[in-house]
Design a protein around this ligand. Structure first.
Ligand code: NAD
Ligand code: UDP
Ligand code: UDP
Length: 326
């Protein structure tokens, strides 16, 4: 696309009203780019992009990515897809459609425009891994017919499409496998572990630990993650991924609960709940590739990231309380 200023690009972010997408948009605008945010507001909210309402280089289009999209852009970040298990299991058929048809439409758009396209894939493509930590060449251990499959298999098929468009149409693709990410603007009621524990702790409710709490996750602060995605987009043409973006610091869910209790000063107790079906037992990224190809590694340790996140949820609770009274 012909550009007025050499370094200024027009960038499409699908899923831009969501948690990660809205942070990415802030960074792209800070760099001087124009951003088109496309979102159907299923799990995202206008609140996440409210501050951009009158920004001269920002535009919002309410649109479902399962339908074709005609816009003119220089680059595409394809993030549209619910990410939390309770959200993506609400309408699992729509989740698969979003991953597969959404990817196809993003790729069709990129093919017509001959532009770069980045896919937000996930550590869930590894399923309940039998290899630890997970490196990109591991093919995964995924149940194709379980309650998580709409998300896991949808994302796997999206990766397949990305690589077939790359081979068949010589498209420039970038595939990021994102590991658990947290920070301000995570939906307060999305049931993901960090948001749930902080909300519960701040309200003096029991922290719901599923199973024995011995399962592990590696949590990446959102600013680090966004930095990784942008570096991947800017990387050399031959770098296609898939590439793990995540923080290799690995914690059990019980350790996370204890950290949240300590940080909030909450006297909530811990309450055990049944472990959901197909819940992966352990997860930690091997980020050797990201370190060497993108010169990227995370900089925000879990304690610091949680400290930065708690004030957001305090404010959310105050806003929710005000809404209830109004
Ligand atoms: P999110 O739910 O906050 O954001 C997803 C956004 O996509 C929302 O704004 C939602 O309204 C939008 N969306 C959903 N279906 C759509 C559709 N059919 N058309 C248009 N928009 C649609 O989730 P997030 O945490 O910001 O995740 C962003 C991306 O990163 C997702 O693709 C997710 O799979 C991936 N990811 C996230 C994590 C994580 O820990 N947050 C981990 C791995 C991968
Ligand atoms: N597509 C789109 N926007 C575009 C170009 C294509 O939404 O600017 C859609 C198109 O309608 C199709 C999908 O992307 O559903 C894949 O496009 P492609 O050209 O690869 O496939 P074809 O149209 O040949 O089936
Ligand atoms: N989890 C938990 N209590 C909660 C929410 C989640 O113990 O209130 C556990 C869940 O069983 C999983 C881990 O925390 O083992 C991460 O769950 P999340 O839904 O955040 O992400 P994912 O399972 O997709 O990695």
């Amino acid at each position: 696309m012909a550009r007025l200023y050499d370094s200024r690009k027009r960038i499409l972010v699908t899923g831009g009203a969501g948690f990660i997408g809205s942070h990415l948009i802030d960074r792209l605008l800070d760099q001087g780019h124009e951003v088109i945010c496309v979102d159907n507001l299923f799990t995202g909210t206008k609140r996440n992009i409210d501050h951009l309402h009158s920004h001269p280089r920002f535009e919002f289009i309410r649109h479902d990515m399962t339908q074709q999209l005609y816009v003119e852009v220089d680059e595409i970040y394809n993030l549209a897809c619910p990410a939390s298990p309770i959200h993506y299991q609400l309408d699992p058929i729509q989740t698969t459609k979003t991953s597969v048809l959404g990817a196809m439409n993003a790729l069709g758009l990129a093919k017509r425009l001959r532009c770069k396209v980045l896919q937000a894939s996930t550590s869930e493509v590894y399923g309940d891994p039998t290899v630890h930590p997970q490196e990109e060449r591991y093919w995964g251990h995924v149940n194709p017919i379980g309650p998580r499959s709409c998300y896991d298999e949808g994302k796997r098929c999206a990766e397949t499409l990305f690589f077939d468009y790359h081979r068949q149409h010589d498209l420039q693709i970038k595939v990021a496998r994102i590991f658990n990410t947290y920070g301000p603007r995570v939906h307060h009621a999305d049931g993901r572990v960090v948001s749930s524990f902080i909300m519960q702790a701040l309200q003096g409710e029991p922290l719901t630990v599923y199973g024995d709490g011995g399962q592990t996750r590696s949590f990446c602060y959102v600013d680090d993650l966004v930095d990784g995605l942008m570096r991947l987009m800017e990387s050399d043409d031959q770098v296609t991924g898939p590439i793990n973006i995540g923080n290799p610091g690995e914690f059990t869910i019980l350790q996370l609960a204890e950290k949240v209790l300590a940080l909030t000063g909450s006297r909530s107790r811990i309450e055990r709940r049944p472990l959901p079906i197909d819940d992966p037992k352990q997860r930690r990224p091997d980020i050797t590739l990201a370190r060497s190809l993108l010169n990227w590694s995370p900089t925000v340790p879990l304690d610091e990231g949680l400290e930065r996140t708690v004030p957001f949820f305090r404010q959310r609770l105050a806003d929710l309380d005000q809404d209830r009274r109004a």
